[in-house]
Design a protein around this ligand. Structure first.
Ligand code: 13P
Length: 336
């Protein structure tokens, strides 16, 4: 394991003012999103939409890495440059989603286990040779009646740790993503408890598998009430509960935490991150973003309505807003 390379890549991914763009929707998810805005999905429309985002000028200071899907890492920009090479030429690390999706967990209706460990070593080796320097694996934890089960937590924690160890062996920084979903009526306290449980289980499994924590990143949910909870709380309490949960359940030698947006509005995702970074005192890790929808939802809509340039402007605006949130310098007045 090249710990120096891993630590350097991890540090670069969370360097000041920069975060990650998650553009790794599976073909199925990306096709649904294209259809929802009236575009016929195909390998070419998926490529055209994403490469238009990638050529945007001026985002390099706000985006340190882009997570790609297997189809995209093999595609080319309009001028024929392979996409991972193009991103690297902009000073942006190419990353790759390596799980093969969340599948039904046996004997646990409604719960999922993320698969993709078979053949992972060989796939990581190939992705590294194509230019990838980091990877992502997403586990999904649902809160509900009797959920999450012990089986759901332990199987996903185990898989995340095995994935992380294999990635590190192949030179890829693993982004460890145990996502507690926002679906449901639960309150923020329940989200806190379940997030604490999956974080504890995941880092315990990482210890057993020998994962090198300074060469890894965590991609968690924020501590938020379920979307259908009657008490939505304040942005301030969400930010405080998130920092409290992470402080108590994440190793302090982890270089960075890159949140997912998980269905929050663009502005909530930025405001929450900003509040956390504006708190008095230093956090042990960099607090950054690895947003998908909160960086690109508007850009996709605009692209579908026919303007490449407006789509790039929509992406650039969100990238800049989140970049400011890295240092607590965002304010709502900058949104207009
Ligand atoms: P969202 O920010 O849209 O939740 O996506 C981030 C991600 O990569 C989820 O795996």
């Amino acid at each position: 394991m090249d710990t120096e390379l891993l630590e350097q890549t991890a540090r670069e991914l969370v360097s000041q003012g920069r975060g990650i763009l998650a553009a790794d929707e599976s073909n199925g998810t990306m096709s649904n999103r294209l259809q929802a805005v009236g575009v016929e999905p195909s390998p070419e429309t998926r490529r055209a939409y994403r490469s238009n985002i990638f050529v945007t000028s001026g985002y390099d200071s706000a985006i340190s890495g882009v997570i790609l899907f297997d189809e995209t890492i093999r595609q080319k920009m309009d001028d024929g440059t392979p996409i991972p090479q193009y991103l690297a030429s902009r000073g942006v690390h190419p990353g790759i989603k390596v799980d093969t999706g969340a599948k039904e967990l046996a004997h646990h209706s409604g719960e999922k286990i993320t698969e993709g460990l078979d053949g992972l070593r060989e796939r990581c080796e190939e992705y590294f040779s194509m230019g990838a320097r980091f990877a992502k694996w997403r586990a999904v934890i649902r809160i509900g009646d009797g959920m999450p089960s012990a089986a759901n937590l332990s199987t996903n924690a185990h898989a995340l740790a095995r994935y992380a160890a294999i990635c590190q062996e192949q030179g890829l920084v693993p982004i460890i993503e145990p996502e507690v979903l926002m679906d449901g009526v639960h309150d923020a306290q329940r989200c806190y408890e379940v997030t604490a449980e999956i974080l504890d289980a995941t880092f315990e499994a990482c210890k057993i598998q020998g994962v090198h924590i300074p060469g890894a990143l965590l991609k968690p949910n924020m501590i938020l009430p379920g979307k259908a909870c009657s008490d939505q709380g304040s942005r301030e309490s969400a930010a405080q509960m998130t920092v409290d949960c992470l402080t108590n359940h994440v190793p302090h030698n982890l270089p960075g935490i890159v949140f997912l947006s998980g269905g929050q509005s663009d502005e909530d995702a930025t405001a929450h991150l900003n509040l956390m970074n504006a708190m008095d005192g230093e956090h042990p890790w960099q607090l950054s973003y690895s947003y998908g929808r909160a960086l690109l939802a508007h850009a996709l809509q605009t692209w579908a309505s026919g303007s490449n340039e407006d789509s790039q402007q929509a992406f650039l605006h969100r990238a800049k807003m989140n970049s400011l949130a890295r240092s607590g310098d965002w304010s709502v007045s900058l949104e207009s």
